[in-house]
Design a protein around this ligand. Structure first.
Ligand SMILES: NC(=O)c1ccc[n+]([C@@H]2O[C@H](COP(=O)([O-])OP(=O)(O)OC[C@H]3O[C@@H](n4cnc5c(N)ncnc54)[C@H](OP(=O)(O)O)[C@@H]3O)[C@@H](O)[C@H]2O)c1
Length: 260
């Protein structure tokens, strides 16, 4: 039989669908009391009915509401997962709102979540922060500069917390999935058929349950061991590479060139 997780309570942001919902299901199956956070009430209600989690309807970018809700809870395990891709465009083509909204959810809210649960964890002498980041934190993606920058900042934030929290017994894990089959690109691309064509057609992406499973395995480690960074890729995906523009040498031009 697998070992019991060392935590009693958890809070998962971005829990109404995709990776967050899978993590909630996995943690509830492990017997944790899980607070499931998202803006959409109906999917959270359905998830609560299926798993026994506690739904918490909340926009994580609303700092007042976040403070009021998270400040009142004793959380052993925080999974910062809420994320958003508002647009897939070069930065000069983004609207002000598209840029700000991406930073607000992917970075600003993530930092506030950690800020709010940490005092309780420190007082209790244990806890675990998990940041669902992305391999986009470590490799550039075309037309995703703001998203990648947010995830890169989140990665550095996690590393800094690990340093600042040394000696407190709190574990910090950065979880970086490659491409997972979810609806995260639907907002940016607008059409499910286009999402399928551009991201998932003829491609074996990760499933949300794969991410949840790896996370639970990491949590199961004994308290003195911390899986600090996890890169979880589809077998059929490889990041990196170098893009170049090839410019053939220009044909020599003389004042006469082009004349007959
Ligand atoms: N899918 C991938 O390929 C992939 C790869 C690497 C990393 N990730 C990361 O994994 C995380 C989960 O993404 P996903 O793919 O599961 O996306 P998803 O299916 O679109 O789910 C995103 C979740 O975030 C919630 N959310 C968004 N804005 C919110 C806000 N302001 N307040 C509260 N909740 C909010 C959404 O719920 P509501 O809309 O109901 O609020 C939803 O539950 C993200 O951080 C993403 O960057 C995804």
């Amino acid at each position: 039989m697998s070992e019991k997780l060392p935590y009693r309570t958890a809070l998962v942001t971005g829990a109404s669908r995709g990776i967050g919902a899978a993590i909630v299901r996995a943690l509830c199956a492990e017997g944790l009391e899980v607070h499931a956070v998202a803006r959409s009430a109906e999917p959270l209600r359905a998830l609560a009915q299926a798993t026994g989690c506690r739904p918490l309807v909340l926009d994580v970018t609303d700092s007042d509401a976040l403070e009021a809700s998270l400040g009142a809870l004793a959380i052993d395990l925080l999974v910062v997962n809420a994320g958003r891709v508002t647009a897939v465009k070069p930065v000069h083509a983004l609207t002000r709102w598209e840029l700000d909204a991406m930073i607000d959810v992917n970075l600003r809210a993530a930092m506030h979540c950690a800020r709010l649960v940490l005092p309780g964890m420190i007082a209790r002498g244990f806890g675990h922060l998990v940041f669902v980041s992305s391999i986009a934190a470590h490799y550039p993606y075309p037309e995703m500069a703001v998203y990648c920058a947010c995830k890169a900042a989140l990665s550095m934030f996690a590393q800094n917390l690990r340093l600042d929290l040394l000696g407190t017994g709190i574990r910090v894990t950065e979880l970086n999935p490659g491409r997972v089959r979810t609806d995260i690109y639907l907002e940016a691309l607008g059409d499910p058929a286009l999402v399928e064509e551009r991201l998932y057609r003829d491609f074996r992406a990760l499933e949300p349950n794969d991410v949840a499973r790896v996370l639970v395995d990491a949590l199961r480690l004994p308290p003195h061991a911390d899986l600090a960074r996890i890169d979880l890729l589809p077998t059929d995906q490889a990041p990196g590479g170098v893009a170049v523009v090839r410019r053939p040498p220009e044909t020599a031009r003389t004042p006469d060139s082009g004349r007959g």
